[in-house]
Ligand binder design. Structure first.
Ligand SMILES: Cc1cc2nc3c(=O)[nH]c(=O)nc-3n(C[C@H](O)[C@H](O)[C@H](O)COP(=O)(O)OP(=O)(O)OC[C@H]3O[C@@H](n4cnc5c(N)ncnc54)[C@H](O)[C@@H]3O)c2cc1C
Length: 520
């Protein structure tokens, strides 16, 4: 985040007393914003004495609802969580599942993986509908809702109000701001931007085939879910290219196991609850002990469950091991799912040295376990690898452009040449990578926000209100989603985004004026 000078246009709210309704600005129109608006409409309608707020939604790009992850794209890009685990409202976990059923989309149980992993674009269509429904509900409750098709360039608190600036129209003064900006766009790790044949942003992946010639040698930077989306899409192209997924670690996402119904690991949750009640600070060894306790009840150990990751087999061998013997994977995935509501507290209880060590040594493994790929994708990747159409490489050391081709070097000392490079390193939370002039950059430059040492923006863990450069809470300026990952650890999932959105909506609703004279 640079300390760029910030546009100095606004700092004082308009004169005069305000008797109008409160106004809430939602910055961003993706999944987090949709979850927030749904939660706000629910909250306001459940509270008969609350006055409804006016709402401004700022979204410069694309339709409101799907955001970046769930936009229209190939049907091969699947959700990485089963249908019942996706919802805009986690107090109603079956919400998306019912929508899928109502639309007649429910795939047959006999299909691949029991039909539980559906295209992400379906979830995007669901979100678009939920966005429209929330807007309509709020309007029926008396709110005015305006969708502003402009990018917010800065947000300036002044007194008890906040100015939202876009650089295109007059500042909008509001009472609450909810930043639903998603993650920071991917970095250009090897400085290839502008080189012919370099594709910096792979989505929508269905367009990739048009940009890549028949039989091309394609290097995909990264080996996470984005890289897998790219590999699967390209395998369907006529005259398929030969694809290499390359990264430093070579670690692929784990393969999703069938965890069945019911609580995933109630014993572990009890142990964690007791541990946190007894102690305010934990180290990595304490976490390992808690997990080992649960895994021993399931006849395995942490070492066994993490074997493919610790042995750094990566690639096809990692997939084969998981498909051959899913038991240990299922045991550890149960722990990861069961602890979802506890991540934030556990993360904040870790002493700072352990926090950094966890990120460095186990962050990648955790991401693999937290967001595993559907088994059908794992089987397809193995097929492609066995046919020679797909290769996995660890130890990527550098990529440079040379005479209409690219030269990739690997730690083992070998060099390979490629016709096309696709950046699939994904979006991140390192805000030093934020584009100069972007909102995140401006917030840091003005001191309204400060970076969290472990990524994203620093926020108050209870309210998700931004902390300024001096660590003081900025009342009514909230963050929902990826940018609060430094504080809460893992916020890049629909469940986290929706749960945070719900909490913030409760706070916004609690500040609404109460109408006098209403008897319940
Ligand atoms: C490719 C991908 C696949 C995923 N798959 C799954 C999955 O299967 N299951 C799961 O649980 N989670 C998944 N996730 C994680 C998670 O669900 C998403 O990260 C979540 O959708 C985040 O939504 P968001 O609204 O916070 O961010 P985004 O979807 O990034 O939306 C942010 C919006 O803010 C707008 N915006 C940004 N800056 C400004 C500005 N300055 N002014 C105005 N508007 C602005 C952008 O235009 C964008 O529309 C996936 C994530 C990705 C990236």
């Amino acid at each position: 985040m640079s300390c760029a000078p910030v546009g100095a246009t606004v700092v004082a709210p308009p004169d005069g007393l305000r008797y109008g309704r409160r106004t809430v600005a939602v910055v961003g129109g993706g999944a987090s914003a949709t979850a927030f608006l749904c939660a706000l409409a629910k909250q306001v309608s459940a509270e008969p004495v609350a006055e409804t707020p006016d709402v401004l939604v700022f979204e410069p790009a694309g339709p409101c609802g799907p955001g970046v992850a769930y936009r229209e794209d190939t049907e091969l890009a699947l959700l990485n969580r089963p249908v019942p685990a996706m919802s805009v409202d986690y107090a109603d976990r079956g919400h998306f599942r019912r929508w899928v059923g109502q639309k007649g989309l429910m795939p047959s149980r006999g299909g691949q993986d029991g039909g539980q992993f559906v295209p992400r674009a379906w979830f995007g269509r669901y979100l678009a509908e939920m966005f429209d429904r929330a807007v309509s509900d709020l309007r029926h409750l008396g709110s005015s809702v305006e969708i502003v098709r402009e990018r917010v360039s800065d947000v300036r608190p002044a007194g008890d109000r906040v100015a939202v600036l876009t650089g295109h129209s007059a500042p909008r003064w509001v009472d609450d701001v909810v930043l639903c900006l998603g993650a920071v766009p991917p970095r250009d790790v090897y400085g290839l931007f502008g080189s012919p044949g370099y594709i910096h942003q792979p989505y929508p992946v269905r367009r990739l085939a048009d940009d890549i010639g028949d039989g091309a040698e394609v290097l995909v930077l990264g080996s996470g879910l984005t890289a897998i989306d790219v590999a699967l899409e390209l395998s369907h192209k006529a005259g398929p290219p030969r694809v290499t997924l390359a990264s430093r670690s070579g670690t692929l996402p784990d393969v999703r196991c069938d965890l069945g119904a019911g609580d995933c690991a109630p014993g572990l949750v009890d142990d964690v609850r007791e541990e946190l009640a007894r102690r305010s600070s934990l180290g990595i060894a304490d976490l390992a002990r808690l997990l080992d306790g649960e895994l021993s009840r399931r006849a395995t150990t942490l070492r066994d469950a993490l074997r493919p990751f610790l042995a750094r087999t990566g690639g096809a061998e990692q997939l084969r091991a998981r498909l051959r013997e899913p038991g240990p994977a299922a045991a550890v995935q149960r722990c990861v799912v069961a602890l979802t509501p506890w991540y934030s507290r556990l993360w904040r209880a870790l002493d700072p040295v352990s926090g950094r060590e966890f990120t460095r040594r186990y962050g990648r493994i955790f991401t693999s376990l937290r967001s595993p790929m559907p088994p059908a994708n794992a089987r397809r990747l193995l097929e492609l690898s066995e046919s020679g159409a797909l290769a996995f490489r660890a130890g990527l050391a550098g990529v440079t452009g040379e005479a209409a081709r690219f030269r990739a070097s690997f730690r083992e000392g070998d060099v390979r040449r490629f016709d096309v490079v696709v950046n699939a390193t994904g979006r991140g939370i390192d805000i030093t990578a934020a584009r100069p002039g972007s909102l995140v950059d401006a917030l840091g430059g003005s001191g309204v926000a400060r970076p969290h040492p472990l990524g994203g923006l620093d926020v108050d863990p209870e309210s998700n209100e931004v902390l300024d450069a001096s660590g003081t809470r900025i009342p009514r300026l909230h963050v929902v989603g990826d940018l609060s990952s430094g504080v809460h650890f893992h916020t890049s999932s629909m469940e986290y985004a929706a749960t945070q959105a719900q909490r913030v909506a409760e706070q916004v609703a609690a500040r609404l004026h109460m109408r006098a004279g209403v008897l319940l």
